[in-house]
Design a protein around this ligand. Structure first.
Ligand code: NDP
Length: 332
């Protein structure tokens, strides 16, 4: 089984020196364990944070350990009562062709409902993030004006579509014309191309009364532009700050934080894992929306071996993906 280990912590962007690829024996399951042949790997911006030598909401990946990653696959050997050979599953299997599991954090997935990439995207961790971030943290209400950054990505695209389904006006911020056209096609009311337009003044144009919910995936200048356009009682949802994940010094704080005072607004961060008990509720709702066409689940699926992991991860920071970025592993 080939697998990718963390060799050295990166300073700035990860590169070839960050990883080592090794070949090991395919594991054999002990009592209460099973072996998964991994089919698809999830590429997540959070992975960059897991490479740093400090603990945030989850401990860092240790040097020499298999890189942590969400994945889907098929059970190929089992000594576990709840997992049989042939079952399709999702879990934190890591960047490896074969993983040994005791079932913790593993869920069965039905590939008839949706393909494996969607189980890593709209029906996976990003979809859960969109659902609970918008509903529980953002307390979105019908009629709200919702602004979402990173709008064409895995989380952002689902945020916008759920908000539309709830009767909101939705503004997306994304990079490049292709992503902006797609967001319009899936129902966004207005789209701002941050690579070509002045974000702060464009938000003011399309939302002259300000925004009620700002779901921020990006941080930095884009966070500031959103803060400049709040409406009284607004909720700012701090989901992520991808613009700074590879920076080697801390980004400047939001310069416009006093907008929170002026508009009696709140800004709250959250971690999706705190909602684990309620994932079934979100999976039920989002799969219903996918089924009736309310939500379009899109993935960018690249193909390769686990060796392609490091290069593929960088794609998140250059924006190669529309929707969820997934690496489909070659036959192995
Ligand atoms: P995406 O699918 O959105 O992929 C990342 C996207 O970010 C890229 O496609 C790119 O799109 C955009 N991007 C990259 N660099 C920049 C930059 N410098 N400025 C602006 N945009 C940039 O990833 P996810 O949907 O998986 O994650 C989105 C955010 O949500 C991340 O910040 C992530 O950390 C966070 N997150 C938080 C969770 C939580 O529990 N709080 C859980 C899951 C995710 P473009 O071409 O438009 O630039």
């Amino acid at each position: 089984a080939r697998q990718v280990l963390l060799k050295q912590r990166p300073h700035g962007y990860p590169d070839a020196t960050t990883w080592s690829v090794v070949t090991t024996e395919i594991p054999a399951p002990g009592d209460g364990e099973f072996v998964v042949r991994v089919s698809h790997l999830s590429l997540d911006p959070a992975m960059r944070g897991w490479l740093n030598d400090f603990s945030s909401y989850i401990p860092p990946v240790e040097i020499g350990a298999v890189m942590r990653a969400g994945a889907t696959g098929t059970v190929v050997a089992s000594a576990h009562p709840s997992y049989a050979v042939g079952d399709t599953v999702s879990g934190a299997f890591g960047v490896t062709e074969y993983a040994l599991s005791d079932g913790r954090g593993v869920t069965h997935i039905d590939l008839e409902t949706c393909g494996a990439p969607t189980w890593l995207g709209a029906l996976g961790m990003p979809g859960m993030t969109a659902y609970f971030g918008l509903k529980d943290v953002g307390t979105v209400q019908p009629g709200d004006t919702v602004l979402v950054s990173g709008a064409a990505g895995a989380v952002g695209s689902v945020v916008g579509q759920i908000a539309k389904a709830m009767g909101c006006t939705v503004i997306g911020i994304a990079g490049g014309p292709d992503k902006c056209v797609w967001l319009t096609e899936i129902g966004f009311d207005a789209v701002i191309d941050y690579k070509a337009e002045k974000v702060l003044s464009r938000i003011r144009e399309v939302a002259p009364k300000g925004v009620d919910v700002f779901f921020d995936n990006v941080g930095g200048e884009i966070l500031d532009a959103g803060l400049a356009n709040l409406r009284r009682g607004a909720r700012v949802v701090l989901c992520g700050a991808i613009s700074s994940y590879n920076e080697t010094s801390l980004p400047p704080g939001p310069r416009r934080y006093l907008s929170l005072l002026v508009y009696r607004a709140t800004m709250a961060g959250f971690v999706v894992f705190d909602y684990e008990d309620r994932y079934p509720e979100a999976v039920e709702a989002i799969s219903r929306w996918i089924g009736d066409g309310t939500v379009v689940a899109r993935e960018t699926v690249l193909h390769g071996g686990v060796d392609a992991f490091g290069e593929t991860l960088l794609g998140l920071f250059s924006g190669v993906n529309t929707g969820k970025l997934v690496l489909a592993l070659d036959e192995h």
